[in-house]
Design a protein around this ligand. Sequence first.
Ligand SMILES: [Zn+2]
Length: 278
Amino acid sequence: MIQCKKAQYTIFQSALYATTTTVIRTEDLVIVADPTWLPDEVEQIRQYVSFIRGDRPLYLCFTHSDWDHVLGFGAFPDAVTIASRKTAEHPDPEAVIEQIASFDEKYYLVRTYPLAYPRIDIAVERDGQRLTVGGTTLTFYLAPGHTADGLFTVVEPPGIWIAGDYLSDIEFPYIYDGSAAYEETMAKVPFILDGHNVTLTVPGHGAAAASKDEVLERRRKSLEYIRETREAVAVGREHETFAQLAEYRFPRGMKSFHEQNIRVFRRELGLDFTSAGE
Ligand SMILES: [Zn+2]
C-alpha cells in the first residue's frame, strides 16, 4: 500500500512488518530505496517507477544488507546502485540469497525477476560523502549498530532522510551489530537534522516522521530503551524489561527481537558464559 504521497515522493509500505520503500523523483533523477517485500508489492513499485521515470536516470539505494531490504534488487536491472562499502563487500552474499529463497519457498511465492545479491556501483565509505546529479544532492552517513553496514541517505531537494532500520515509531532498536555503535549512530541524528533541511524522515519499518521534534523523540526513546535494557541486564534483572514491550503495537511479534537484544547486551557486558572460550 501507499503510506504517503506527494509530488516529489511516494512511500510504499509492505503488508509485512510495515516495511517501507521510498521513491523520490526530482528533476534530475529517480531514487528507489529498499524496494520490497511481497512479489506483488515489488511489482507495483517497479511499474510505478517505470511510469514516473521518464528519461531520468534511476538510482537504487540500499539502507543495509538485511535480506528483506535487498530482495528487490533484481527488479531494477538498469539502476545505478548505492550502498555502504560494507554492504558492497558483504562476507556471505549467498547466505542473504538463501534467506530470501527460504522465505519465498516457505510461502510458495513466485517472483517475476531473478534473485541476486545487489551489485553495488557506488560504495559509500565515510560520513558526509556526497553524490550530486544536476540540482539534486545525496549526502550519506554511515549508520552501524542495527547492522554494521547501515547507511543514512539525505536527498535534497526535497529533504528526505532515508534512515533504514533506525528511528522507527513502531519498533525499539533491533541491535545485531552492537549497542555502542547504535548509540554513536544516534549521536549523528541532531547533527544531520542541523546540517540539512530535512522535511521527512523515513524509517525502514513504520511511519515517516514529518517534524524534527518527532525524529528527536524517536531518537530519545531508542536511546532510553538501550540504556534501560543494558542496565537491567547488567544487574540480572532483564526479566523486568519485558513489561516495556506492552508500550508497542506488536509486542508478541517483537518479543524474540528483545530476547536477541538481551543476548547482545549479555555478550557486551561479558555475561555470556555460554559462548566463553569460543
Ligand atoms: Zn528491516
